[in-house]
Each structure stands twice: as C-alpha cells, then as structure tokens.
Write a protein that binds this ligand. Structure first.
Ligand SMILES: *Cc1c(COP(=O)(O)O)cnc(C)c1O
Length: 358
C-alpha cells in the first residue's frame, strides 16, 4: 500500500530526492565516504552550497542585490534575527497578525524596535480564518512583515500588498510553490522543512543595502553580514540539509520550475477544495478567497464523524492529516512534493465515507 504523507512539516519530499540522498549517505560521489561524514570544507562537499544558491537564484529570479543564505535555527530564529539586523531601536516596523507564526514574529520584533500591528484577523476564539486587506501603513515604517502562508489555519496571502516599503515575509510553508516578484521584498525567510528539504536549514534571502544601519551590536553569529562574507560557511553549516535542498531544487527544475509547479499546485488544491465544497459531510474552515493551496483545512459537519473518517484514511495509508490542535478537524498539507495521486486518495476516501455515512 502506498503511504500518503500529509504532514505539515517536516513534510513529504520528492521520492527521487530521497533515493539520491539515501545513496549519498552510503557513498558520496563515489568517494567511499558518506555525505554525512565528509568535511564541509572538502572539495567533495563545497560545490553543494554554491549549487544550491545558484539554483535558488535562477528558480526564484533573485538578483545580485540580494544575498542568499543557508542558516540554522529555523524560521523562529528569523523572527528575531530580521529586526535585530534591519530595525533600529527608533524605527517602526509594520506587521500583520494572520496566525500563530505571525504573532510569534511580532513578539520578537518588539524586542528590537517599535512594532505596529496594522491589521489582525484574530478571532475571539483565538483562531484566524482570513487575511486582512486594505492595509494602512505607518508613515515612515521601515518594512511590512507578512506571513505568506499560515500553515496552521490554512490561509494564504494570494496577492502581496503593493507598498512603498520593502516587504519582509515568512515564506516557510509556501516558498517555491508559486511565482513571487523577489524585488518587492527586503527579506524572505523560510525553514526548509515544509517545501524545500529537511529541517535544520533555514533559507534567508536578504537585500544587502538594508544591512549595517542599526544602532546596536549584533552577535557575530546573528549578523547576516558574517554569513554573507563567508558564503554561509562561517561555521559548520547544516551540510546534509543543504545537500538535500540542492536535490529538491534540481527536482523542481525538472518539474517545470516554480511556474510549472504553481500550475500543478493550483490544480491539486482546486480539486480537493471542490470535493470539500461538494461533499455534504465536510466543510472548509476559512474564507474562500484566502484558502491556502498548501495546507487544506476542513472539518466534518458532524463531530461524531471525526474518528471514523480518520480511521478510514489511516486504513488507506494516509498519515498525518489531522488539524493543528488549535483548529481540530483535518489538515491535508499538499506541498510541492505531494503527487496528485495523494489528493485523489483523500478525495476517494471522502466520497466513500459519504456513501457509507451520508
Ligand atoms: C513551521 C513554520 C514556522 C516555524 O519554523 P521553525 O523552522 O520550526 O522555526 C514559522 N513560520 C511558518 C509560516 C511555519 O509554517
């Protein structure tokens, strides 16, 4: 039986990537040693970082105005590292509060400068079901921070706001899933473990002219400039994570690049939402126009159906599709690597469940 992994992260990776990574753990490029065992400064490994950077630059259209870094600490470290590097203590930064991750980013930014939460879609029960539009920025704001995809609640910013200030975006759960105009952004950051690779590597894309303007000392390891100067090799990088990330990007090139992947993702999500809307036993949980194409959240209308539907899916090889503990119900995370057949399996389960319980 095929296993369909709907995990929200760490998440499914493309099968050919896993096969290549597994082989390289045993023997890296015919060297007799595995990729986990070789020096990051060796002739064998060093080209990997350059390759990953160059692939990401080409795929996303990242100009030389930006540095591309492979760091550690996850997106959660970036919540603090971004303002620490680009927000002076007297500066104001605008943030939108669209979910749990956004609110964590807000909390950290307050440690460094003035933070203005210019819009929030938080509901009385603590959940989020939509994306605020019509943003009014603070005059003189240094940047506007947005979470491009709210992994937990299943909402997504389908159109990045057109603003005069640089956008800073947490793209952890939808980076490389759709085409974005990088030139609108000051910083893009993403933990790799949703759409780009294994956990342990964090991608940071930062416009270099924003750096060096804050009125504080930045610890060496937290200063983006350290890692820019050293090409992400100031200290031991997350070597295996970058290696797998490079393989994922190679796979993405072969799948038609980001534009090609976006078409596939749109079709996959449309298909699953169509079934959620058609099936009388289930309902979506968020505003139609803000539905995420990566994390599809839905609930059974009858609470008693939750356990039996879960059992049916588990019996068919589907795993990790339950909603976040704050939302309940179901969440099918359908990142780039989830084949359409996985969505078909979920749809078939919903239809069969309707037949026996409708
Ligand atoms: C998972 C996630 C995070 C947290 O990432 P870590 O790498 O675990 O720190 C932050 N933001 C978003 C949008 C996420 O999906």
């Amino acid at each position: 039986m095929t296993t369909w992994n709907f995990s929200s992260g760490p998440a499914i990776l493309p099968k050919p990537v896993i096969e290549k990574a597994a082989a390289a753990i045993l023997d890296f490029k015919g060297s007799g040693i595995g990729v986990l065992e070789c020096s990051h400064r060796s002739k064998l490994y060093e080209p990997v970082v350059a390759s990953a950077e160059s692939r990401l630059r080409k795929l996303m259209g990242i100009s030389d105005d930006y540095a591309v870094l492979f760091l550690q600490g996850g997106a959660s470290t970036q919540f603090a590292q971004v303002p620490q590097n680009i927000l002076a203590s007297t500066d104001v930064a605008d943030y939108t509060d669209t979910g749990t991750w956004a609110s964590k980013a807000i909390k950290e930014a307050k440690l460094y400068g003035k933070v203005n939460v210019i819009a929030s879609s938080k509901e009385a029960d603590g959940t989020y079901k939509s994306i605020p539009k019509d943003l009014k920025l603070t005059p003189g704001a240094k940047y506007l921070h947005v979470t491009s995809n709210n992994t937990i609640f299943g909402t997504q910013l389908h159109a990045f706001p057109d603003v005069a200030v640089p956008l800073v975006s947490d793209m952890s759960s939808d980076i490389c899933s759709r085409v974005v105009d990088v030139s609108k952004f000051g910083v893009i950051y993403a933990g790799a473990q949703k759409n780009l690779g294994p956990s342990g590597v964090t991608v940071v894309i930062v416009r270099k002219d924003l750096l060096g303007k804050v009125d504080r000392q930045i610890p060496t390891m937290m200063d983006y400039r350290t890692h820019i100067e050293a090409g992400s090799m100031f200290n031991t990088p997350p070597a295996f994570g970058i290696f797998v990330l490079d393989l994922v990007l190679e796979w993405l090139e072969g799948a038609g690049g980001i534009a090609g992947m976006q078409k596939i993702n749109d079709a996959k999500a449309a298909k699953l939402y169509a079934e959620i809307d058609r099936n009388p036993l289930f309902a979506g949980t968020v505003a139609l126009e803000d539905r995420s194409r990566m994390n599809v959240c839905f609930v059974p209308l009858n609470k008693d159906h939750e356990e039996p539907f879960k059992k049916l899916c588990l019996g068919r090889g589907m795993v990790d599709f339950t909603g976040h503990r704050s939302v309940g119900g179901f969440r099918a995370s359908i990142y780039n690597a989830m084949p359409e057949a996985g969505i078909d399996a979920m749809i078939e389960a919903m239809r069969d469940f309707e037949k026996s319980n409708g």
